[in-house]
Ligand binder design. Structure first.
Ligand code: FAD
Length: 310
């Protein structure tokens, strides 16, 4: 068994693995996709002490740093269940989708989060046929075309700014009466000639011609009127959902699905810690996820030296 078994290979999981391995204890990381959300990110300018980097570059550096240590990196492995120890000090089991299972004296959960979907007619049908969630991955596919970005938070406004440089025209659609993004992003957005912003608008349907997106409909929330925009692409940027479905019933989660942790990263199960976007820790950012991952690993080490194995 591992002394520390990390589930999730984003910034939180990578930091946890490095901190654990540096204690000289047997450490493993199982991740569906090593690098996590960082792989889908382009410019990163708030990773402290690094003025500017890019997601794939940072993800590669994360993996390299982990591999500097004796850590078992098990990439492309999806955890499907967490089995708490039969009694305190016992092994914790993590079941994998491939039928295997891994065991740890402690476990650190760092499975991150993913983008929320709109759940309107046409969205699922036209996913990857015009409906996209990752502007950095799919933006170039819409070169010279018209797109909408759904959501006026930081990610939506960032996406609109990004896409405006690639596509012919961007319509940003926000449900609320005003955008929620940082003022500096909003200023940038409003300075761009090929972006329209529509507020108080609820997207109601994605229209397609059977093979690709041709438009969307939204309800003007002030007048109640239904309006239609012709376009080729829709980028959905309306929030994050924690990747914790597999933990339901096994561990305490909030109604939103976030893993409840205390200031040390301890969850409701002794020996199980958690870190990053999957948890209740506020503000989902790389630097925060890394700090939380480091903290969870130190807490796990602290737990190990105080617990008699059974
Ligand atoms: P994640 O990065 O989500 O990693 C989760 C890991 O868990 C992945 O390896 C995933 O494959 C794995 N996993 C999930 N479920 C399972 C499972 N069941 N079994 C096994 N493994 C699983 N933050 C910034 O600080 N600055 C930015 O500029 C910035 N820009 C961003 C831009 C985009 C487009 C996105 C998507 C995010 C951005 N963020 C940014 C946020 C930042 O990427 C996240 O806060 C950070 O990656 C969270 O790290 P994490 O380790 O908690 O989770």
């Amino acid at each position: 068994p591992y002394e520390v078994l990390v589930v999730g290979g984003g910034p939180a999981g990578a930091a946890a693995a490095i901190y654990a391995a540096r204690k000289g204890i047997r450490t493993g990381v199982a991740a569906e996709r090593f690098g996590g959300q960082v792989l889908d990110t382009m410019a990163i300018e708030n990773f402290i002490s690094v003025s500017h980097t890019e997601g794939p570059k940072l993800a590669a550096a994360l993996e390299q740093h982990v591999k500097d240590y004796e850590v078992d990196v098990m990439n492309l492995q999806t955890a499907t269940a967490l089995v708490p120890p039969a009694r305190e000090g016992g092994l914790i089991e993590v079941k994998l989708a491939n039928g295997a299972s891994l065991k740890g004296r402690t476990v650190i959960l760092s499975t991150g989060a993913r983008w929320r979907t709109m759940n309107v007619p046409g969205e699922a049908e036209y996913r990857n046929k015009g409906v996209a969630y990752c502007p950095h991955c799919d933006g170039p596919l819409f070169k010279g075309k018209r797109v909408a970005v759904i959501g006026g938070g930081n990610s939506g406004v960032e996406a609109a700014i990004d896409l405006a440089g690639l596509v012919a025209h961007v319509t940003l659609i926000e449900f609320d009466s005003q955008l929620r993004a940082d003022a500096v992003l909003q200023r940038k957005l409003h300075s761009l000639p090929n972006v329209d912003v529509i507020t108080s608008a609820q997207t109601t349907e994605v229209h397609g011609d059977g093979s690709k997106v041709v438009g969307l409909s939204y309800k003007d929330r002030n007048s109640g009127e239904l309006k239609r925009i012709d376009l080729e692409g829709i980028f959905v940027q309306i929030g994050l959902v924690p990747n914790t479905e597999w933990l339901k019933g096994a561990i305490a989660l909030t109604p939103r699905g976030e893993i409840e942790v205390d200031a040390r990263g301890q969850t409701s199960i002794p020996g199980v810690f958690a870190a990053g976007d999957a948890t209740t820790v506020p503000f989902k950012q790389i630097v925060i996820a890394m700090g939380e991952g480091a903290k969870a690993a130190l807490s796990a080490f602290d737990h190990l030296i105080r617990t008699v194995p059974v």
